[in-house]
Design a binder for this molecule. Sequence first.
Ligand code: ADP
Ligand code: MG
Length: 304
Amino acid sequence: MTSEATTAAAVIGERPGAETASAAVVRPHIHAVGIAVEFPVRRSHRRVRVLSNINLSVPKGGFVSLIGPSGCGKSTLLQVLAGLITPSEGEVQVAGMHPVQASARRLIGLVFQDATLLPWKNALDNVSFLLDVADKSRPRREVRDRAREMLRLVGLEHAAELRPAQLSGGMRQRVAIARALALDPEVLMMDEPFGALDAITREEMTAFLLEIWERTGKTIVLVTHSIDEAVFLSREVHVMATNPARIIETMAVPLGYPRNEDTYAEPAFAHAELRLRRLLKEGHRTGHRQGKPGRADGAGKAER
Ligand SMILES: Nc1ncnc2c1ncn2[C@@H]1O[C@H](COP(=O)(O)OP(=O)(O)O)[C@@H](O)[C@H]1O
Ligand SMILES: [Mg+2]
């Protein structure tokens, strides 16, 4: 743990208002302590533990990835951080408040693997949509200007009039990112946003996301199962293992920013990649050892 994180950990738990100005600076933007999630097993009184003792801190403007095998609980954890799932144990704070409150204040933007655009609306209207819903009193013109600005940010100003079916997979994801950014959230939470894209588009989108992060300074939490993507983008990677999911290691990526294509060729990149690969294999093994076949723990279920 860095000294900054240690200080941050010490600061959390103090009464609001009790912090000094310097403490406020180091308070993590996202902080999760002792998170466990249990789901009820259908037609049974049993509960299955999906996440166990998860501790996680993300500083403001940080970029962290959650990586782990399919079905290990990455999406569940992201939903806990976003306030969409209430954990059975533990506490989460986002921007110093309960994540449900942070969501209500539109401090959290979400992007999923499927762009979930409205097929009958064009790109501009899809980006405007949440803005319209969020603030009905906002003048239509202002909403459209903001939506246009967001489309420009993601390099799609020329595609404003196109419907989702007329856009490529990468473009649809850009629209989804523009829509999430339109409300100017402090935190962007992304669940395998490029998982359905081909390899080259995926690499382009990775570079694009890095650029967006550098330009907007948002705090980003990215769920991925791509080792490359995690190393290239993140400052820190949380490696998860299965049954129940837990973080087996938090790895700082020893590469500075800005990063670009040449970053892939750096020895530190290869080194970090190798380390992650070994940790993931280790996580897989511990998962297999602990997961008994036939147990209703859903291990190995397909991606959600
Ligand atoms: N609502 C739910 N009820 C019961 N089990 C669930 C529910 N949501 C997820 N799970 C189980 O939790 C585990 C983790 O799922 P998930 O978070 O989607 O994993 P990942 O995103 O890493 O692939 C899986 O075994 C899945 O079957
Ligand atoms: Mg998932």
